[in-house]
Design a protein around this ligand. Structure first.
Ligand code: C2E
Ligand code: CA
Ligand code: CA
Ligand code: CA
Length: 278
């Protein structure tokens, strides 16, 4: 489904010329970034709050362009969504991530689960469940070892394609995580109907834990919702020990953030595991 093949026009109104130029340059550079292996993935550890052991990693894209330099995903992912390149990026990261889990294993590095970010744009493609299935088969990877992260905007869409995809993906046996929880517009009744295995509380809610009571209230409520739904709760952006302690007290299941590790190149995972106290 090529819905918005040339979706550039609306930027002329709001962004001014430099913005348009940037988007044109980045959009066309992205076209061969994939072929020329300028894109790579880094992996951020996720820690089990109860045992302090590694329970998974999140795969995050990085783009180092030879002349433009480092371009962050917050810049190129939205452009890729506009230009129709996001499906290629999604498939590439899915394939790479599954391949990496197997490759780690061959090197005695056991990473239980890899989480892959999937764009809302890619999510309305009816091909997605089959694409996921064939990557799992390609690497002979158990579906429980893969989690797909979706945003609230995907989860709350009412169109039949998205609903069918959510069900089909759950039926394969892979995990489904709602990312950036609390920043969107989820209706709680709809949330309870979705076939989620995990919710992921956005970093913004634990940033000012100590000073901002309202953030704490949201985080606490999200953890309780997850518990009542019988699904895992992850918190991202854990940077300090005080946040860890608080989240452990609240009963959060999985912790992720700079306090444990920055996102790492695949080859550094075994070094990090050796140094990480468990
Ligand atoms: P996200 O999915 O919410 O990913 C978490 C972001 O927070 C990552 O930024 C990560 O590096 C950063 N982070 C992790 N721990 C900490 C911490 O303790 N403190 C702070 N301040 N930040 C932390 P990153 O890698 O720049 O990615 C930004 C966003 O770009 C991601 O947000 C995700 O929405 C998107 N993204 C990245 N890679 C992909 C991809 O391959 N596909 C898609 N569709 N989106 C991607
Ligand atoms: Ca994510
Ligand atoms: Ca997130
Ligand atoms: Ca986030």
């Amino acid at each position: 489904t090529k819905k918005q093949a040339r979706g550039g026009f609306r930027f002329f109104g709001k962004g001014g010329n430099s913005n348009v130029r940037e988007r044109l340059i980045i959009g066309s550079a992205l076209r061969d970034a994939l072929q020329k292996t300028q894109l790579h993935l880094v992996y951020q550890p996720q820690i089990c709050a109860l045992t302090g052991t590694l329970c998974g990693v999140e795969a995050l894209s990085r783009w180092q362009h030879p002349t433009l330099g480092f371009i962050p995903p917050s810049t190129f992912i939205p452009i890729a969504e506009e230009t129709g390149q996001i499906e290629a990026i999604g498939l590439w990261s899915l394939d790479k991530s599954c391949q990496q889990v197997i490759e780690w294993e061959l090197n005695d590095v056991y990473v239980p689960v890899v989480s892959v970010n999937m764009s809302a744009v890619h999510f309305c493609s009816m091909d997605l469940p089959d694409q996921i299935l064939s990557v799992l088969q390609k690497y002979n990877l158990a579906p429980q070892r893969l989690t797909i992260e979706i945003t609230e905007s995907v989860a709350m869409r009412q169109d039949p394609e998205t609903a069918a995809n959510l069900t089909a993906i759950r039926d394969i046996g892979v995990g489904l995580s709602m990312d950036d929880f609390g920043t969107g517009f989820s209706s709680l009744s709809r949330l309870a109907q979705l076939p989620l295995t995990e919710i992921k509380i956005d970093r913004s809610f634990i940033e000012n834990f100590e000073n901002d009571i309202s953030s704490l209230v949201v985080a606490e409520a999200a953890i309780n919702i997850g518990k009542r739904l019988g699904i895992k709760v992850v918190t991202e952006g854990v940077e300090h020990e005080a946040q860890e302690t608080k989240l452990q007290q609240l009963g959060c299941d999985i912790l992720q953030g700079y306090f444990y590790s920055r996102p790492l190149p695949a080859n550094d995972m075994s070094l990090w595991l050796d140094a990480f106290p468990t």
